[in-house]
Write a protein that binds this ligand. Structure first.
Ligand SMILES: Cc1cc2nc3c(=O)[nH]c(=O)nc-3n(C[C@H](O)[C@H](O)[C@H](O)COP(=O)(O)OP(=O)(O)OC[C@H]3O[C@@H](n4cnc5c(N)ncnc54)[C@H](O)[C@@H]3O)c2cc1C
Length: 615
């Protein structure tokens, strides 16, 4: 029974409680943990726990703690392996099926949601982690049957390597996830996205699209059950095959070994940042202002926009990318990604203040917001006026050393370069926050309305909590906009949109042509974050009820909030999410679940959360 199964998740392994987070945070050394770099393979150990039974010879196997980037999911040491070839994964799948074990594909572990394994998975679990990042990383050039340029990439290749490989051949994509330290397999699993819709007068170049990375796939190879042979096998799905649509976004309910991705001629981009438009103007409700500096105005002009609004501050950081063949005079040319050092290498004052928050001074959240704003302003523009005018704790934290150091790393308010240098701008060393995440499908003319509804609802909640002396949010709201997944991009006759993509179009609303993505970030152990997440989620579900716009969750982030846990609300998991993909009569949800079940009837590729969600 679905209800029972969901109850088990809510109270059991997959639901992540605040108590657990606090314990985890303390165990990890509080603030120190917030600042660690990427998790390396050095946590491997080889103590005396019995090896997995009858394990295939020739595949390296070791024990390793699984911990995700945000530190919210932390397991005992689990058996882990690093297959050298796709055929090794087939061997492992047959072995797992015979032994009653599960295989969990593992990239860089940057996902917030417990899709790979549940928090607290014990060392006795019959789960084998399969690290794709060590060997399954090959890249080679390809051309599609339709003559488009493409890259053939194994699933463990990092997106930074994929984009660099394309760039070396004069190719690029229109948008992609901001970090480069994520694998192609991980990005496809969750339907990774960036921010882009066509700018005024822009027509997509061949091989370019405005939807998810998954929608760029022309073929992929997965490990699937072969009924006739009675064993697992590699199977390549062309995008022309109907079943491929279930594998393009699958949340980890399949194992993909490689994919071919279309790309187009690379385009130079200019990215201009500004911090001079108040939130009241940038996010104003339609018709409430005659300003031409609203979020939708920038979107209309440039097509590629991101707003980052630190909690308790007045001026969001707005980035706007435009296709710009030649370097404009004021722009700084860049030839590598990650050009916002002030946000990638956490400045000492942020570390200090984050430490104070985690130490229990949660009411410092407004100061923390101001601090992040001031540092962004310094790093982007070099403007120290606000710093000089600041007082109290802020003034103490922003020492001359800090200011000099930031200014010395180069200003980044106006950058220009090949697309990848501006599309990838987040390093794993950025402040480790947790995030909820949603996509609101709507028509492009309604973007400003959606943005105003999201930001006003969020702000009202923040103010209500503050009035009660509660500070559940100390990070930022981030807002981006993409097009939907138009399968025509790949030029493969018969191609369908990825079934489980948040960007899969609604047949009943052909006028909904974009999705507004947003997330709210906060430190993982912040008291009240789950209740706040729940209040916000319920507000969003009511506001975007399918009349003028509709809500879907962002798979990799936080959703299904209860008062004290994430990925736990039984109604959201069992009804709301599936219905958000069924609504409008799309094949979406049920076909995807049935197809993934058919190709893995033994559920070798599943996890506790997926057992509940994709039943
Ligand atoms: C700081 C930060 C910023 C981010 N920014 C963005 C962004 O801008 N846009 C965006 O879309 N996302 C963003 N993300 C989310 C990120 O793209 C996803 O979480 C992505 O899945 C991470 O890739 P990974 O290699 O770490 O995958 P993992 O976290 O290791 O795995 C994610 C899921 O994919 C499955 N998986 C991995 N490899 C395979 C495979 N070969 N076959 C089948 N299943 C597989 C895993 O089992 C798991 O279910 C961000 C994450 C972080 C931490």
């Amino acid at each position: 029974m679905v209800g029972d199964a969901v109850g088990e998740v809510a109270g059991g392994a997959a639901g992540l409680t605040r108590r657990r987070l606090l314990a985890g945070s303390a165990a990890l050394g509080g603030g120190v943990w917030l600042l660690r770099g990427a998790i390396g393979p050095d946590s491997a150990s080889a103590d005396a726990v019995a090896a997995p039974p009858a394990f295939p010879a020739g595949v390296e196997v070791y024990r390793q703690v699984f911990e995700n980037w945000a530190g919210e999911i932390h397991t005992d040491q689990l058996w882990t392996c690093a297959p050298r070839t796709p055929q090794d994964v087939v061997t492992l799948a047959d072995w797992a099926n015979a032994q009653g074990w599960r295989l969990r594909a593992q990239g860089y572990r940057h996902t917030w949601a417990p899709l790979t394994v549940a928090d607290g998975t014990p060392s006795s679990a019959a789960v084998l982690l399969v690290d794709t990042t060590r060997y399954l990383t090959a890249l080679s050039p390809a051309t599609t049957a339709g003559g488009l340029s493409a890259v053939r990439a194994q699933a463990g290749a990092g997106m930074e390597q994929v984009l660099a490989f394309l760039a070396d051949r004069g190719l690029g994509v229109t948008s992609c996830p901001a970090p480069g330290d994520v694998t192609l397999g991980g990005v496809l699993a969750i339907g990774g996205h960036g921010t882009a819709v066509p700018a005024a007068g822009e027509t997509a170049l061949p091989g370019h699209g405005y939807g998810s990375v998954s929608n760029l796939v022309t073929e992929l190879t997965a490990v699937v059950w072969d009924e006739a042979a009675g064993r697992y096998a590699l199977r390549t799905f062309s995008r022309a095959e109907a079943d491929s649509a279930a594998f393009l976004v699958h949340l980890g309910r399949a194992f993909v070994t490689e994919a071919v991705l279309v790309a187009g001629a690379d385009q130079n981009l200019r990215c201009v940042s500004r911090l001079d438009i108040p939130a009241t103007e940038l996010f104003a409700a339609p018709g409430s202002t005659s300003s031409s500096r609203r979020f939708a105005d920038f979107l209309e002009r440039d097509g590629r926009v991101e707003a980052i609004w630190f909690a308790f501050t007045e001026y969001p950081w707005l980035k706007s990318w435009s296709v710009t063949p030649d370097r404009p005079f004021p722009s700084r040319a860049v030839d590598q990604p990650y050009n916002y050092p002030f946000s990638d290498s956490i400045p000492t004052p942020v570390a200090d203040l984050a430490g104070q928050l985690v130490g229990g001074s949660w009411a410092l959240a407004p100061v923390f917001g101001q601090l992040q704003f001031l540092l962004a302003r310094l790093g982007l523009t070099g403007d120290i006026t606000d710093v000089l005018l600041s007082g109290g704790l802020l003034r103490d934290l922003l020492t001359l050393d800090v200011i000099t150091h930031l200014l010395a790393s180069g200003l980044s308010s106006d950058l220009w370069g090949p697309s990848r240098t501006l599309l990838q701008y987040v390093r794993p060393t950025t402040l480790r926050m947790t995030a909820n995440g949603y996509a609101v499908m709507c028509k492009r003319d309604d973007v400003q309305w959606v943005v105003s509804q999201v930001t006003s609802g969020y702000q009202n909640l923040l103010t209500e909590y503050q009035a009660r002396g509660a500070f559940p949010i100390n990070g930022a709201v981030e807002i981006r906009v993409t097009g939907l997944d138009d399968p025509a991009v790949v030029g493969v006759p018969g191609a369908r949109a990825p079934l489980l993509s948040a960007l899969s179009p609604r047949p009943d609303h052909p006028e909904w042509d974009v999705a507004v993505w947003f997330d709210v970030l906060t430190l993982p152990s912040t008291p009240g974050l789950h209740q706040f997440g729940r209040d916000l989620e319920q507000y969003l579900l009511t506001t975007f009820d399918g009349t003028r716009a509709a809500l879907r969750v962002e798979w990799s982030k936080g959703w299904a909030y209860t008062a004290d846990a994430t990925w736990a609300d039984p109604d959201v998991i069992a009804r709301v999410i599936p219905d958000s993909h069924r609504a409008g009569g799309g094949a979406g949800w049920d076909e995807a679940v049935a197809t993934l079940n058919r190709y893995d009837p033994h559920r070798v590729f599943s996890s506790p959360l997926l057992d509940t969600l994709l039943r």
